[in-house]
Design a protein around this ligand. Structure first.
Ligand SMILES: Cc1cc2nc3c(=O)[nH]c(=O)nc-3n(C[C@H](O)[C@H](O)[C@H](O)COP(=O)(O)O)c2cc1C
Length: 193
């Protein structure tokens, strides 16, 4: 079965470390016979949530921008692979903005009891690929909580992430002894789950 796989490159650095990991995941999925789609957030114009709560009524956002492109793809995807760096001990702003803009899905799920989950029990799965300059044990804690919330809102199971600290300059991930192998294995696991 061919899966719909969406890769989201969330770093403002198009050749950055997290995106390099994502490209490896995309190549792995392609080699396994799937047709992954890679989306660069930097190609979209997405504004931050205004907190107006208009979406509480029917799950419809009043801001008209490129979030609709992303939301459509998120609804359709069987597997989502999100690659994002750590900025100031949390997710970079571009990633956080799209997560906040998922509030209409939150409203549908928790206020209107509508779910994106297929009634047959078919499961969607999400993988988080991350890079951080610091090698501190808690450097991904804050980001992981937001990513888990993001996936949970979309009824997507959170897979074991691939997170790498001590990686700062663009391309430094290439020197990591296991990162690309880890990502290949994590992607293969997504495809057979
Ligand atoms: C504005 C900014 C803030 C950052 N803050 C942190 C931080 O708080 N902790 C950390 O470990 N790394 C921090 N970094 C370093 C990035 O996480 C690191 O360079 C990472 O490899 C970037 O991934 P990317 O190439 O995918 O964008 C910061 C980088 C920038 C540009």
């Amino acid at each position: 079965m061919s899966l719909s796989i969406l890769g989201i490159a969330c770093s403002p650095r198009r050749d950055g470390n997290s995106t390099r990991l994502l490209l490896e995941a995309m190549a792995t999925a392609k080699a396994a016979g799937h047709t992954p789609e890679l989306l660069y957030l930097s190609d979209l114009k997405i504004n931050p949530c205004q907190g107006c709560n208009a979406c509480s009524a029917k799950g419809i956002c009043v801001i008209k921008d490129d979030i609709s492109i992303l939301k459509e793809k998120l609804i359709q995807a069987d597997r989502i692979i999100l690659a994002a760096p750590i900025f100031m001990m949390g997710l970079n702003a571009q990633t956080k903005i799209i997560i906040d803009r998922m509030q209409p899905f939150w409203a549908l799920k928790y206020l209107h009891h509508q779910t994106l989950t297929n009634p047959s029990g078919y499961e969607r799965i999400g993988l988080y690929l991350g890079a951080a300059g610091l090698k501190k044990p808690d450097v991904f804690d804050c980001a992981e909580r937001s990513i888990k919330t993001f996936f949970n809102m979309l009824d997507i199971r959170y897979a074991q992430p691939c997170l790498y600290g001590g990686i700062d300059l663009a391309g430094e991930i290439n020197e990591h002894p296991t990162a690309f192998d880890d990502v290949r294995k994590a992607t293969q696991a997504l495809l057979i789950s």
